[in-house]
Design a protein around this ligand. Structure first.
Ligand code: COA
Length: 558
C-alpha cells in the first residue's frame, strides 16, 4: 500500500514504524505537520491508500479524515484521551499501560479503535518508556491495524467508556503546577516520579540555587542526606539534591529565561559559579562503568541522549585503554540502555564560545577513541547495540571487529541530515570495508533510518538478536564467549588484515581527509552545519519536509 505518515517529526517511533512497514512491502512517504494547507497538499500529491499519524501535536484537518481513514498512534490504553498520556500514567503510578491505534475523528483520541497493545510500566523516564515499551507496543498495534485495513471488512470498535475493558479516561494537558516538587514534603520516590514524568520534555520547573530552571535526568543515590531541598554536592556535571528521606542526582537543567529560550545542559554547567563552596564528589560519576564476566570485559557508557562530549570521549578513551590492559580476550562495547551513541554532543557545542572549535575538539576526541578501538590488537572487540545509534555514534560502533544489535534498534548511518556534515570516526575506512564502496555511498546519501534486520542484510552489522533486553544480553554474552574461545586465531587474522589495510592506505590518511572536509563544515563559508545544529538544539519547528522523506514531493514520482 501507499502509506502517508503525517507526523510532527521523524522521531524514533516514526522511524521504527517506517522500517517495519517498509519491511512488509509498503511504500511510506512522510509529511511533517506544518499547516493544514501543506497537509492537504501532501494528501493530494501522494494519493495514499492509508494515512498514519505516529506522532502528531495538532489535529488532522477534518477535510482529510472525513475522506479517508487516518490511523493515530496514541500512547495510552483504551479510552485514555488527552495530550499528556504517558505523563499522567507515570504520575499516577500505573503499573500496566498501552498503546491504542484509533481512527481520527472530531473529538481528540476518541475515534474508533483499530488495535491496542499493552505493556508493564517500568520505573523509568517518559522518554525511555517512549523509546522502548511504547515503541514496541506501537509496532504491534499498528501492524495489526494496517493488516486489518488492507484485508478490508473490519469494523473498528467505537469507544464506549461503559465497557469493563475500557479503563482509560480523559486527562487534560499536564501543567507545571501539576508537576511541581515540594522539597519539604516530597520523598525520593515522589521527586523521581515527577521528574521522570517530564523527561525529556518539558522538564519540571523549579528553582536551583536561586536560578529558575527545568529539571531532567534524575537518579536515586544511597548514603547522602541533609535538610530537604538542599544542593549538597556535585560531580562537575550532575548535582546532588536532598529530599525528605534521602537524595537524588539531577544530571541536566534548562534555564528558564526571557528572550531566546535556553536548552538542556549538564546541571553543573548551568549553575556555574552558584556551585562555589558546594563539595565535589568526583567519584560519583557513573555514566561509564566497566565489569568483567567469564573473562569478557563489558564497557558500559550511558550518556544522556547518547550525546558524547569531548570530556566524555576522553574519559571513555581512558576507560577503554584500561580495559585493553586487562587480561581478557574480548571487550564488549555496550553503550547505554536507550542509546548506544548519537555522536558529537551538539548541545555542548552550541553552548561553547566557539562552536567551530568545540566541534573540532569533540570530533578529534571521538576519532581518538575510534582509533584506539580499531588498533586494539590484544582483544576481539564487539559493539553490542542495545540502544539506537545515529551519525558519528553509528560509525564509532563499526570500529569494533563485530557489531550486533537488538532487533528493535533504529540505526541512522549518515551525517548529512545535520547540515551536510561530512563526518569522521574513520567512516570512509569502516563503512566500505563492510558494505563496499557503492552501497556505502547509497547508505550515506539516503539519510534514512535502517532497522537492525536490514542492517544485517546490508552487511552494516554482523547480527541482530530478537527478544527482550535480557535475551539480548544473554546472546551477546554467548557470542562473546564463543569469540573468546577462538581469540588466538581471530587476533592473528585481525592483525594481518590491519597490516594489509594500513599498507594500502593508512588510518592517518583516512582521518586527515575526513577532517579536511569537516574543517570546511566547521570553519568554511557555508554555514549549513551551524544552522542545522542551532535548529536541532533549539528544536526549531520544521518549515518543510525534506525531499528524501517526502516521496510525493519528488518530481516525477507518482
Ligand atoms: N547531541 C545532543 N543531543 C542529542 C544528540 C546529539 N548528538 N542526538 C540526540 N540528542 C537529543 C535530542 O535533542 C533530544 O533531546 P530532548 O531530550 O531534549 O528531547 C534527545 O536526544 C532525543 O533525540 P530525538 O531526536 O528526539 O531522538 P530520536 O530517537 O527521535 O532521533 C536521531 C534520533 C539520532 C535521528 C536524532 O537524535 C539525531 O539526528 N541526532 C543528531 C545526530 C548527529 O547529527 N550527531 C552529530 C554528528 S556526529
Amino acid at each position: 500500500m501507499r502509506i502517508l505518515f503525517l507526523t510532527h517529526s521523524f522521531n524514533s517511533l516514526a522511524q521504527r514504524l517506517y522500517i517495519e512497514l517498509a519491511a512488509r512491502g509498503h511504500e511510506v512517504s512522510i509529511e511533517f505537520d506544518i499547516s493544514d494547507a501543506v497537509t492537504q497538499e501532501a494528501v493530494r500529491l501522494y494519493q495514499p491508500d492509508l494515512i498514519v499519524a505516529p506522532f502528531l501535536k495538532r489535529a488532522i484537518p477534518e477535510a482529510i479524515w472525513r475522506e479517508q481513514v487516518c490511523l493515530i498512534v496514541h500512547p495510552g490504553i483504551k479510552g485514555d484521551r488527552g495530550p499528556s498520556a504517558l505523563d499522567w500514567a507515570i504520575m499516577n503510578g500505573e503499573t500496566e499501560w498501552g498503546v491504542t491505534v484509533l481512527q481520527a475523528a472530531a473529538e481528540m483520541d476518541a475515534g474508533d479503535i483499530w488495535a491496542t497493545a499493552s505493556f508493564a510500566l517500568r520505573t523509568a523516564s517518559k522518554s525511555s518508556l517512549y523509546r522502548n515499551e511504547v515503541t514496541e507496543a506501537a509496532v504491534v498495534a499498528m501492524l495489526e491495524a494496517v493488516a486489518k485495513f488492507e484485508t478490508g471488512g473490519f469494523a473498528p470498535e467505537p469507544l464506549d467508556c461503559n465497557r469493563p475493558d475500557v479503563r482509560g479516561q480523559w486527562h487534560p494537558i499536564m501543567r507545571q503546577e501539576d508537576r511541581a516538587i515540594d522539597w519539604q514534603l516530597d520523598d525520593t520516590a515522589t521527586v523521581l516520579r515527577k521528574i521522570r514524568a517530564a523527561d525529556g520534555f518539558p522538564g519540571v520547573l523549579d528553582e536551583v540555587l536561586g536560578l529558575p530552571c527545568y529539571l531532567y535526568d534524575a537518579h536515586p543515590t544511597d548514603g547522602l542526606q541533609g535538610a530537604p531541598g538542599k544542593v549538597i554536592a556535585h560531580n562537575n556535571s550532575a548535582i546532588c539534591r536532598t529530599t525528605t528521606d534521602g537524595a537524588i542526582w539531577i544530571g541536566h537543567l534548562r534555564e528558564k529565561r526571557e528572550g531566546e529560550p535556553a536548552f538542556k545542559l549538564p546541571a553543573a554547567m548551568v549553575l556555574g559559579a552558584r556551585l562555589t563552596g558546594i563539595p565535589v564528589l568526583a567519584s560519583a560519576q557513573t555514566d561509564i562503568r566497566y565489569e568483567e564476566k567469564n573473562g569478557v570485559g563489558f564497557l558500559h557508557f550511558d550518556f544522556y541522549n547518547g550525546a558524547m562530549s569531548t570530556a566524555q570521549c576522553e574519559r571513555l578513551l581512558q576507560a577503554y585503554l584500561a580495559a585493553t590492559r586487562r587480561d581478557t580476550q574480548v571487550i564488549v562495547l555496550a553503550g547505554g540502555a536507550d542509546f548506544w551513541s548519537n555522536g558529537l554532543h551538539l548541545n555542548l557545542i552550541e553552548a561553547a564560545d566557539s562552536p567551530a572549535d568545540e566541534s573540532w575538539a569533540n570530533i578529534n576526541a571521538i576519532d581518538d577513541l575510534a582509533h584506539a578501538i580499531i588498533e586494539t590488537d590484544r582483544q576481539i572487540t564487539l559493539s553490542a547495540l542495545h540502544g539506537n545509534a545515529g551519525a558519528g555514534g553509528m560509525f564509532l560502533a563499526l570500529a569494533a571487529d563485530q557489531v550486533v544489535a537488538r532487533a528493535g534498534t533504529v540505526l541512522n548511518p549518515h551525517y548529512k541530515a545535520m547540515g551536510n556534515l561530512y563526518g569522521s570516526e574513520y567512516w570512509t575506512y569502516l563503512l566500505p570495508r563492510r558494505v563496499g564502496a557503492e552501497r556505502a555511498a547509497e547508505i550515506t546519501d539516503n539519510r534514512l533510518p535502517v532497522g537492525a534486520a536490514s542492517a544485517k542484510t546490508l552487511g552494516l552489522i554482523d547480527d541482530c538478536f530478537a527478544g527482550d533486553s535480557a535475551a539480548f544480553w544473554h546472546q551477546v554474552e554467548a557470542l562473546a564467549g564463543d569469540l573468546a574461545t577462538q581469540a588466538p586465531g581471530l587476533l592473528a587474522e585481525k592483525q594481518a588484515q590491519r597490516q594489509r589495510d594500513e599498507a594500502i592506505r593508512s588510518l592517518a590518511d583516512y582521518r586527515a581527509e575526513e577532517l579536511a572536509n569537516l574543517k570546511r563544515n566547521f570553519y568554511g563559508f557555508d554555514p549549513s552545519y551551524h544552522v542545522a545544529r542551532y535548529n536541532f538544539v533549539h528544536k526549531v519547528p520544521h518549515s518543510r519536509t525534506p525531499r528524501h522523506l517526502a516521496l510525493h514531493r519528488r518530481v516525477g514520482v507518482k
